[in-house]
Design a protein around this ligand. Structure first.
Ligand SMILES: [Zn+2]
Ligand SMILES: [Zn+2]
Length: 596
């Protein structure tokens, strides 16, 4: 970071300091307008800041507007932020006198030798470690926005009191704030968790559970189409299909290491600690199951690489609070695969996996939102991992060489590896800018030995293979979510759940439409007829709202001439054409997997 960049928003540290100082200004405004409200904590976050307050009534939009106005005043007052320290007893007494019980609790929880610092700005003082801007005058008052208020448990603990959290964001310029708010509004319109429900791709049901989405017919159809495409693509690339159980006895997970390293992440059926009874667990990964395919008989070096693919449903026991639409779920289906290879095949096979992932991302139009992370182990946290430092050095060294060879521009993620090996994670940002892993390709030099997976080499000697764990597209649920957001619900025609909707103008035309619809269905296309006796304008509007790619308006004259008048959801009227011409047009768009 160059000197002149130090005090700009480009600099993350400055940005965080700016936002954190805003949270003090918010707390000060709160105390001026509502002296009885108790203060909890107020950090900066990835996009702005928040402050948690204890108050009996939730904040209304009017409250937020009043607080914003008060914050603007405080900025104009150009109050200096002055730091001072107090010994523990005095610090506690200070906050007790101010009747701030949460601050007292925070001080009590600080380690014995902690320096306890406060920041004072005008009539307001807060417990804080800093750092801050030196004056409230540094904050641009009219570029602050309090965006929302929600409930939040004190210290995130559901057995503690529910507080009221106010979120805000601020920028050095009003125009930057406006641009940000506009972008957020656009993102909100595309949010799959809202749009995907409105368009009836999926739903969730409280008494079924968080993170267990119900795929409605549209969502189920898209996932089926993606799955067929991936399975066919993998078959062309030499993958063999497997189908293995969704659960296994703990004995399997003991061998694989999941019992030692992943037990918290698994749904266990039975008491994991009662050794006198059988205990099962739903599978969090496919690996140990797919290895059994290799182990089914003795394998020769000639059979390698063995590329195994499976459309695999997996279960991961994550916190309810972590669940989000189709992005964070507890049960998901993924194109899992394991390549069992000779060590000399590693580079070529890794490249093949990378190319396959690239092809998938490119075809779906998601590639521009992807970045790469080389996920390594943490040498200071070795308990989480299998293997020795030497084995990790070696695997990571080989992987670095391959990634550099492929010219992949990656970030390094320490302590992000799988417990059995380093990985290349293809990360994707959603419309809100939040990053998640979509695809992963992992090198594993450890697990084959644990499972006794040997092949016989050209000299008749037993050898240990390497394993590549990989996905080609990421889980279907998450991919559907990203596609809904990327295309604002208007999925490319080749994966659109409904590709064509006939809109007959008269009853007579309706029968003709059904005939044409069946022709399209025989060609493998997905079409419907809207035969309701509604005005044609209304039918078009509804089809448009539902993002159907092609609407075919058919009147009596079309029937006589054998024509249709297609309307494209983005391009509008395409003009009258024969039905055969339309079929050819549709075939082109679908076969080319165009983004249209
Ligand atoms: Zn502070
Ligand atoms: Zn695996």
């Amino acid at each position: 970071m160059s000197e002149e960049n130090k005090f700009t928003f480009e600099n993350e540290e400055y940005r965080k300091t700016y936002w954190h100082t805003c949270s003090h200004v918010l707390a000060q405004a709160m105390k001026r307008l509502h002296p009885d409200v108790k203060l909890a904590i107020g950090p900066s976050i990835e996009n702005g800041f928040y402050y948690d307050f204890d108050t009996p009534t939730p904040f209304s939009p009017e409250d937020l507007a009043d607080l914003e106005a008060e914050m603007r005043k405080i900025c104009k007052e150009k109050l200096k932020l002055e730091r001072f320290e107090l010994p523990r007893a005095e610090a506690i007494k200070f906050m007790e006198e101010k009747e701030e019980p949460y601050k007292v609790e925070l001080i009590n929880d600080l380690p014995e030798d902690a320096v306890i610092s406060f920041y004072k700005q005008g009539d307001f003082t807060d417990l804080c470690a800093g750092p801050h801007l030196d004056s409230t005058g540094r904050i641009k008052g009219n570029a602050i926005k309090l965006t929302s208020a929600t409930g939040a448990y004190w210290r995130g603990d559901s057995s503690r009191k529910m507080l009221q959290r106010i979120y805000g964001v601020a920028f050095p310029k009003k125009e930057e704030l406006d641009a940000y708010l506009e972008q957020q509004a656009e993102a909100l319109k595309r949010d799959h968790n809202k749009l995907g429900r409105e368009l009836e791709f999926f739903t969730t049901v409280d008494y079924i559970g968080q993170g267990l989405p119900i795929m409605l017919p549209k969502g189920a159809r898209v996932i089926q189409l993606l799955q067929r495409w991936i399975e066919d693509t993998e078959q062309k690339r030499g993958y063999m299909l497997t189908k293995t159980p969704l659960m296994a006895k703990r004995d399997l997970y003991r061998i694989s290491g999941h019992w030692d390293h992943y037990l918290d992440g698994m749904f266990v059926l039975g008491d994991p600690h009662d050794e006198t009874k059988e205990c099962f667990a739903l599978r969090p990964m496919t690996c140990p199951f797919q290895y059994q395919v290799f182990l089914n008989r003795q394998r020769s070096y000639r059979e390698l690489p063995m590329r195994l693919g499976e459309t695999s449903t997996l279960f991961r026991n994550e916190d309810s609070g972590e669940m989000h639409g189709l992005i964070r779920v507890r049960q998901f289906t993924i194109s899992e695969g394991h390549l069992i290879i000779r060590p000399d095949q590693l580079e070529e096979e890794f490249r093949g996996c990378f190319e396959l992932a690239n092809y998938c991302m490119e075809t779906l139009g998601l590639k521009e939102d992807c970045s790469f992370r080389f996920s390594q182990w943490d040498p200071n946290n070795t308990d989480k991992y299998e293997g020795t430092p030497e084995q990790w050095e070696h695997a990571q060294g080989v992987m670095k060489h391959i990634l550099d060879d492929l010219g992949i521009d990656y970030k390094v993620g320490i302590d992000e590896a799988a417990f059995y090996g380093p990985k290349l994670d293809i990360q994707i940002k959603n419309v809100f800018g939040k990053e998640d892993t979509l695809i992963t390709i992992q090198i594993d030099m450890l697990l084959a030995e644990k499972f006794g997976m040997y092949y016989v080499d050209e000299n008749g000697q037993k050898q240990l293979p390497y394993i590549i764990h990989r996905t080609s597209m990421g889980c279907y649920e998450r991919t559907l979510a990203l596609l809904i957001e990327k295309y604002a619900g208007a999925l490319p025609t080749w994966i659109a759940p409904e590709q064509v909707r006939f809109l007959p103008v008269t009853d007579r035309a309706a029968d003709y439409c059904y005939d044409l619809m069946r022709k399209l269905e025989c060609g493998g296309y997905r079409a419907t007829v809207d035969a309701r006796s509604e005005k044609i304008g209304k039918k078009i509007r509804e089809a448009q709202m539902e993002k159907v790619p092609y609407m075919l308006v058919v009147g009596d004259r079309d029937m006589e001439n054998g024509t249709v008048s297609p309307r494209h959801r983005a391009k509008g009227d395409l003009g009258a054409m024969t039905f055969e011409e339309f079929e050819a047009l549709l075939k082109d768009v679908v076969d080319s997997k165009s983004k249209e």
